[in-house]
Design a protein around this ligand. Structure first.
Ligand SMILES: NC(=O)c1ccc[n+]([C@@H]2O[C@H](COP(=O)([O-])OP(=O)(O)OC[C@H]3O[C@@H](n4cnc5c(N)ncnc54)[C@H](OP(=O)(O)O)[C@@H]3O)[C@@H](O)[C@H]2O)c1
Length: 226
């Protein structure tokens, strides 16, 4: 069966993705910062191997890549994300800027650099990045959220280059807006459940072809403008 490696697998959308792929029979490398506290993740059935991974820790990322050397990873799913402080204009906490960028923007690129050989060695060769339409200039109708928006816009920019750079190796790189999702990040008032979001993206992922390389999708398959 194919193999998935996912970050931020312990809760929210990452947990639902893990449940979904594992129940489809995939082998899942489920990464999270604190496996000892990941009760919901440990309760899932299937071929799931837990790994301790703070995506901002370059040594941990390299060490996991070495540990899995020689194993094909069909989908590298960069899901872990952080919102940072919810502050408006005039209240920006500049000290929070870098930590949010480290998770949302730097980490997916580092993961791609460290795991590219694993992806190349697989059948599907896909890198999926959970972005947000908050990173879209065209969809910004409400302003604010300076740090989060900028971090996801940076992710989209990085992934567009990744898509172009890795195409020659047969890799398809895509970005998703998962919808406004009822998780710790999205809040209770959000539109859809984490399960609905993951099921939607799973369907789109299953239909991806090389022609989709570099595209930015909504969870329902609609393409999102930059
Ligand atoms: N919910 C929404 O409405 C929404 C909308 C657009 C985009 N997104 C994106 O969707 C993705 C998943 O979000 P979610 O809604 O499921 O959020 P969530 O429930 O807040 O979960 C965030 C996940 O990211 C992990 N994480 C944060 N920092 C990390 C780090 N340094 N290393 C490893 N893992 C880290 C968290 O781990 P811990 O438990 O250890 O903190 C947790 O597993 C994110 O990229 C988010 O930006 C969400």
């Amino acid at each position: 069966m194919p193999t998935l490696l996912i970050t931020g697998a312990n809760r929210g959308i990452g947990l639902e993705f893990t449940r979904l792929f594992a129940s489809d029979g995939w082998r899942v490398h489920a990464c999270c910062r604190h496996p000892e506290k990941a009760g919901d993740l440990k309760a899932l059935n299937g071929d799931i191997e837990l790994h301790r991974l703070d995506v901002t820790n370059g040594l941990q990322v390299s060490s996991l890549a070495r540990q899995l050397a020689g194993e094909g990873i069909d989908i590298l799913l960069n899901n872990a994300g952080a919102y940072g402080p919810r502050s408006g204009f005039g209240e920006t906490d500049f000290d929070s800027w870098q930590p949010v960028f480290e998770v949302n923007s730097f980490a997916p690129l580092r993961m791609a650099e460290r795991f590219v050989e694993h992806v190349v060695a697989s059948d599907l060769k896909q890198i999926v990045n959970i972005s947000s339409q908050m990173g879209s200039m065209a969809r910004n109708a409400s302003g604010g959220a300076y740090i989060y928006r900028a971090s996801k816009a940076a992710l989209n920019s990085l992934c567009k280059s990744l898509a172009l750079d890795l195409a020659a190796q047969g890799i398809t790189v895509v970005m998703f807006h998962p919808g406004w999702v009822r998780t710790d990040m999205g809040g209770k008032e959000a539109d859809i459940s984490a399960a609905e979001s993951a099921v939607g993206m799973r369907k789109v992922i299953a239909g991806l072809t090389a022609a989709d390389n570099g595209r930015f999708f909504n969870y329902d398959g609609e393409q999102i403008p930059w």
